[in-house]
Design a protein around this ligand. Structure first.
Ligand SMILES: O=P(O)(O)OC[C@H]1O[C@H](OP(=O)(O)OP(=O)(O)O)[C@H](O)[C@@H]1O
Ligand SMILES: NC(=O)CC[C@H](N)C(=O)O
Ligand SMILES: [Mg+2]
Length: 553
């Protein structure tokens, strides 16, 4: 999972970089490994600043002043293909044809086929292990087919049709053609999110923004916004400044990844018409119902067995509070979070994740001592957090520790841009709930059922009127007519839930999962060798490459 962003300002004399930087801060939770911005100046030249680190570290003031131009794109990376190498920070750039920059969120699942095609058929050089570089080059190769010195919207849409025919997997993208404009597109299943918004200025001119989450659009005044649909593309040309939308591939299914609602997205975002906050509230409510049933089945009353509900900050807070309300039990913030430690799950290596949990969360004995506690988290993935948390609760004197997860047992790889670890590294892999409880040291674990989770993530009438006005629900049979910003967004068909079921919406190429696991193992070896000061016969983390600047001063 990554964050992507693109802005095209109406006033070509203004620089967009500071607004892109600000937007990146709103999307930082989607990727902490690398950040990048590419802007395009009036003479059609690209200006780039990217590298490993958080947005605030990469985009120093002096570097920002060099980013000129009224349009630009940005990326916050959480690596899920390739490695954490600096050279894989995005946006990626290809000079031919025309000059293209691209930010990608998602994972392609037919990379072997694409690599072969790029090498053997169109002879394009790929300099990293990133699938996003493949995607960019497929787009470039499709555009090159027109053999024109200047393209128009039709050519770009046709090139995208070619991209959609070749690429399989998850891809929400924001791209920029030098001197031309900003482009957005979303894969035919709508697995990863992408929205477009418009900001009408006092003089009547309109600025446009493309972003992974609605929270950025709102915060920057792009209040007229909607989701890009699966298989849909939009071009915002700098010259006309009037966005053109087109369906470049049939909508295969409208199935966003349910994990966005469980963990990744910010609660104050509304994606595909579903409020993340509301869905998390529902998750807490459903969890409470199931926990009640589980105790009732043993002829026990939950209120006699549990003294207090404690969330694992941050993501599970809203669900845990609602769970406590429904169970009529007190809710206490027993863990205090150190706000200077980022999201631990999206850290690249296990050692870092384990020590970060302890640095990030501190248990207050006053809330645990002598009590039977129910700890609520949004998910149990590798079990890193839950294991440490249970330990900490016991060290703080808890008498009994129950652990509840707002999502079902995660038993399979996540292959669409959320690096949920190798199957074997998942604490739920090949285990019953009982065995998971043993593994994390809890007295008992409670998992959400998949049907219930799906039921929690629905569009509902209570969504604020402003959101609803922008995403009116229409029948799926309605014709797609090249839509405007006020276009109609059809109901979703369901969700991508492969991590829970092992059935992936796009299917996967033979050996893709093994390939992912090999890459992860190789990255791990590189990291370990680096930590021990050694060398390995592989691309090093801070390799000398086309992009080799770690100096942000
Ligand atoms: O089982 P694990 O492998 O430990 O992963 C699951 C944990 O990771 C995430 O928290 P994270 O600290 O990343 O972010 P948060 O502060 O938003 O909850 C998630 O919310 C769980 O707490
Ligand atoms: N999480 C993502 O969306 C990552 C995008 C891309 N696959 C990369 O690894 O850079
Ligand atoms: Mg968490």
């Amino acid at each position: 999972m990554c964050g992507i962003l693109g802005i095209c300002l109406a006033d070509q004399d203004k620089n967009v970089a500071s607004e892109l930087f600000d937007g990146c801060l709103f999307l930082q939770h989607r990727g902490q490994d690398a950040a990048g911005i590419v802007t395009c100046g009036q003479r059609g030249r690209f200006y780039q600043c990217k590298g490993n680190g958080m947005a605030r570290d990469v985009f120093t003031q002096s570097r920002m002043t060099g980013l000129v131009g009224s349009m630009g794109i940005a990326h916050l990376r959480y690596p899920t293909a390739g490695s954490s190498a600096m050279s894989e920070a995005q946006p990626f750039y290809a000079n031919s044809p025309f000059g293209i920059a691209l930010s990608h969120n998602g994972n392609l699942v037919n990379t072997a086929e694409l690599k072969k095609y790029l090498d053997e058929v169109v002879h394009r050089h790929i300099n990293t292990d990133s699938d996003s570089e493949l995607l960019l080059n497929i787009f470039a190769a499709e555009l090159a087919k027109y053999d024109k010195s200047r393209v128009n919207n039709n050519d770009i849409f046709s090139a995208l049709e070619g991209v959609f025919k070749m690429c399989r997997g998850a891809y929400a993208c924001v791209a920029m053609l030098a001197g031309y404009g900003v482009i957005g597109f979303r894969d035919p299943h709508g697995i990863r999110p992408l929205l477009i918004g418009e900001r009408v200025k006092e003089d009547g001119q309109r600025d446009y923004m493309l972003a992974s989450e609605s929270v950025v659009l709102r915060a920057h005044g792009f209040t007229n916004y909607r989701d890009i649909l699966p298989g849909e593309a939009v071009i915002i040309p700098k010259s006309s400044h009037s966005p053109e939308f087109r369906r470049v591939a049939p909508m295969a299914t409208y199935t966003p990844d349910i994990f966005e609602y469980v963990y990744f997205a910010r609660p104050d975002s509304v994606m595909d018409g579903i409020s993340v906050y509301r869905s998390r509230i529902e998750m807490g409510r459903k969890l409470a119902d199931n926990i009640t049933k589980r105790f009732e089945a043993k002829s026990l009353k939950v209120q006699d067995e549990i003294d207090v509900i404690i969330p694992v900050p941050d993501t599970s807070r809203h669900s845990a509070l609602e769970c406590a309300v429904k169970l009529n039990l007190p809710y206490r913030e027993g863990f205090v979070k150190n706000r200077y430690v980022g999201r631990t799950f999206i850290m690249p290596d296990q050692e870092q994740r384990t020590s970060s949990v302890r640095r990030k969360l501190n248990a207050m004995a006053s809330e645990f001592y002598g009590r039977s506690v129910l700890i609520v988290d949004d998910s149990i993935v590798r079990g890193t957090t839950s294991m440490e948390i249970v330990n900490m609760a016991r060290e703080a004197g808890a008498r009994k520790v129950y652990f509840a997860s707002c999502s079902p047992v995660i038993r399979y790889n996540h292959i669409y841009g959320i690096d949920l670890a190798d199957t074997k590294a998942l604490v739920g892999f090949n285990k019953t709930e009982h065995e998971v409880a043993d593994a994390i040291g809890a007295d008992e674990v409670f998992y959400q059922q998949l049907d219930d989770l799906v039921a929690c993530c629905q569009r509902e009438p209570e969504i604020p009127a402003q959101e609803l006005a922008l995403t009116p629900v229409v029948s799926r049979t309605d014709e797609y007519n090249p839509i405007s910003l006020k276009g109609e967004v059809p109901p979703i068909d369901g969700f991508e839930v492969g991590v829970f079921t092992g059935d992936y919406i796009t299917g996967v190429e033979d050996n893709y999962i093994q390939e992912l696991e090999q890459i992860r193992a190789q990255n791990q070896r590189i990291r370990e060798a680096g930590l021990n000061g050694g060398m390995v016969d592989a691309k090093a983390e801070s390799e000398i490459s086309m992009f080799n600047s770690g100096d942000y001063s």
